[in-house]
Design a protein around this ligand. Sequence first.
Ligand SMILES: Cc1ncc(COP(=O)(O)O)c(C=O)c1O
Length: 384
Amino acid sequence: MADRFETLAVHAGAEPDELSGGVSPSIQMSTTFRQDGVGKPRRGYEYGRSGNPTRVALEAAIAVLEGGTHGLAYASGLAATQNLLYLLDPGERLILSDDAYGGTWRLASKVWSRYGVTAEAVNLCDLDALAAALGNGPAARMVWVETPTNPLLKVVDIAAVARLAASAGALTVVDNTFATPFLQRPLDLGADVVMHSATKYLSGHSDVISGLLVTRRDDLEEKLRFHQNAAGAVPSPFDSWLVMRGMRTLAVRMERASANAAVLAEWLVGRPEVSRVYYPGLASHPQFELATRQMRLSGAMLSFELHAGEPAARRLAEATRLFTLAESLGAVESLIELPALMTHFSVVGSPLEVPAGLVRLSVGIEAVEDLVADLEAALVASAA
Ligand SMILES: Cc1ncc(COP(=O)(O)O)c(C=O)c1O
């Protein structure tokens, strides 16, 4: 019988070192490799940009966890995104979640647009809107799904989007950063490529910037592997090792953080200062049923708004003790931020603009009672 996810997370890519038996994968820092003869690299390694054993171990591990056959590692999530966007030719169109990570939109709309690629933001929860967008304008080559979305936690039906995209000849890419393969496996649902900011849950400790791609398609892997080497945005061997170390505890961290987030979401709903809570695990969430079907747990990201609006949200974010006021997400410690003024500042005035007073939490693995107490004290302070 096949091993379960929790077991794979611990063991994937982590064969004991052949020389020493070390159970932690070795960090191979060498940038070049001795060849057995002219043009005869030993085990395929010739130069560190084109291949490195530590990076290969990480790539094998993420491929296993996502249920893919090929993994590719990059120096950041956006470097992975850039590598994927190289698949687009001038004149082609990228359809993107209208609530995607701001940096993805910025790369597509401000950089790729200069090379003749059009980026279009569509609400991917509305399948009719997607069908219309696929049928209109220049060839849509790629549909970029983020689910749950950042920061409004909308949930997109991956299988339905992948079917529509395929019938229009477009690739489906899923940014699986928020859910991770523990909660959601996009390739099983028909996606062509999964992308990760491994900076977040996969590494899980706010100490490495990294990105990953996974696919089952040999034709895509060949192109992506070529881009990986040709453009060169690869992670260092040490960063590859850090991400792998984080991935070994992914299942336990996600279980704990998701459980904490579920408690906090219910608690926030009951607070008089709070006007709206965005969390896929709440029965009131518009895609609650889909989220329950598509995700093993509801995840550890949640957003909310206050009756008193942005000034109170700002005071709240500056008043917490345990929730650190910081960008990023997905690590052991809880974070708080105001997307409109921080992570999503680059999308102000674009179709991806988010509510001004929105507060986003990345819920960590602390004791949930302490997190509740911290938020309670900050809510009271922010209302004063
Ligand atoms: C959902 C999502 N995708 C992609 C990225 C970009 O990844 P990186 O910061 O590792 O380049 C981020 C970063 O915050 C993100 O939250």
